[in-house]
Design a protein around this ligand. Structure first.
Ligand code: NAD
Ligand code: MG
Length: 396
């Protein structure tokens, strides 16, 4: 078997590090071609010294100089670049067969789209790409013969539970519903009155998963599940009515597919992202991922309940923008990114996140998704308005 070259976009993050752990276990199968980070110079240098990529990318010139000096001191010959265009170079590197898209947020859109345009196998963790530009991205994948493997654990589970020819249409394949599971996050049972005073540390303490801070806050508001509904719509060409969110606090069933004959096929496992990452990397084969086997006796029981749209307004807003279509999901995503960052730096209360996103959606009319420029313009307008509303203390 030919060794597969892999670029890891966002290699210093939670998904990036889990990806490198899978690579480390299979040096005979994978070779790292490029790694990209934003500001975590120490982590990037350590990973460059271990995996010896051809290219390393960071966010700014000063970080690039630091990385370069330390690599040259250690005798490593990795090329070091910085900035957005360099991310695209990493994503389209001729030696990369596959690209792990694990940058968080809108910053990952351009390089992930570029990977699709150059026909790579795209391992997609960066769900914001599909939320912002689902139609454009799926079109690029089809037009340029790229393959798309979902890394988000729910979508990876759905992918595993669908027939391999699902692209001919879910209904044609006998699918009735996609059952998208959700843990409900750390505040599933918190009294509503207490949510007003939630701190970033509490919001980032997810009961089952260890993740980056943005997705942890998204899980606490359940915006993450909303983004995942939109992600599922595009990945599987599923109408919103077909996507049912199921709250399942143990995070053992990672999602399921319900068929017309009464069957429900689910994928189960311990909550460890190395399982979906290894699946996406090795598909259609399977490789060891370093994950503990699932012990059903230890788990003993699994619970399921309907989502509470009153408590988790962000989930409702995500369904709303999905029905609205066009640039509405991009507006929601941009407002949410600004809101989460403001919550994390203490300038917005927890409940302000949903209120801010809703206010931005009300103020800005959605247009057609059209081109990448349309999407980026909607994103930028939404960010400006969200920042202004925070500055003016609308949600303090
Ligand atoms: P993280 O915060 O741990 O890592 C983010 C990575 O993106 C880092 O390497 C960082 O350097 C890079 N980055 C951040 N801003 C950047 C910018 N402006 N330009 C270039 N690079 C930038 O995040 P994570 O938890 O690894 O999540 C990554 C993506 O995967 C997100 O879209 C998230 O929704 C998705 N995801 C994560 C998990 C998980 O378990 N962590 C599960 C499913 C999906
Ligand atoms: Mg998920």
């Amino acid at each position: 078997m030919k060794v597969q070259g892999i670029t890891v976009l966002g290699s210093t993050g939670s998904i990036g590090q889990s990806t490198l752990d899978v690579v480390r276990r299979h040096p005979d199968r994978y070779r790292v071609v490029a790694l990209t980070a934003y500001s975590q110079v120490d982590r990037l240098v350590a990973d460059c010294l271990e995996f010896l990529p051809l290219l390393a990318v960071v966010g700014d010139e000063a970080s690039a100089a630091k990385v370069l000096a330390r690599l040259r001191d250690s005798g490593a010959r990795t090329e070091v670049l910085w900035g957005e265009q360099a991310l695209v170079q990493a994503a389209t590197h001729p030696d990369a067969d596959m690209v792990m898209a694990a940058i968080v947020g809108a910053a990952g859109l351009a390089p992930t789209l570029a990977a699709a345009h150059s026909g790579k196998r795209v391992l997609l963790a960066n769900k914001e790409v599909l939320v912002m530009a689902g139609e454009l991205f799926m079109h690029a994948v089809r037009e340029h013969g790229a393959s798309l493997l979902p890394v988000d654990s729910e979508h990876n589970a759905i992918f595993q539970s669908l027939p391999s020819d699902f692209a001919r249409g879910l209904t044609q394949c006998g699918v009735q519903k996609i059952l998208l599971t959700a843990s409900g996050g750390p505040f599933r049972n918190t009294p509503l009155a207490d949510l007003a005073n939630v701190t970033p540390e509490q919001a980032c303490a997810h009961p089952n998963w260890v993740m980056g801070r943005k997705i942890s806050v998204d899980s606490a508001t359940m915006m993450n599940k909303g983004l995942e509904v939109i992600e599922a719509r595009w990945l599987f060409d599923a109408p919103p009515e077909m996507i049912q969110v199921v709250v399942h606090p143990q995070s053992v069933i990672h999602s399921a597919v319900q068929y017309v004959d009464g069957s429900v096929l689910a994928q189960m496992g311990n909550p460890d992202m190395r399982t979906p990452i290894a699946y996406a990397m090795a598909w259609p084969e399977r490789v060891a991922a370093g994950v503990e086997p699932l012990d059903l006796f230890k788990i003993a029981r699994l619970d399921f309940m309907a989502p509470d749209f009153e408590r988790f307004r962000c989930l409702r807003l995500a369904y709303d923008v999905l029905y609205e279509g066009g640039t509405a999901p991009a507006i929601l995503n941009a407002a949410n990114e600004v809101a989460v960052a403001a919550f994390l730096d203490g300038s917005l209360p927890f409940l302000g996140i949903a209120r801010l996103v809703e206010a931005v959606l009300h103020a800005l009319p959605a247009g057609p998704e059209g081109s990448l420029e349309d999407v980026l313009a909607a994103d930028s307008k939404a960010r400006q308005l969200a920042h202004k509303l925070i500055r003016d203390h609308h949600f303090a």
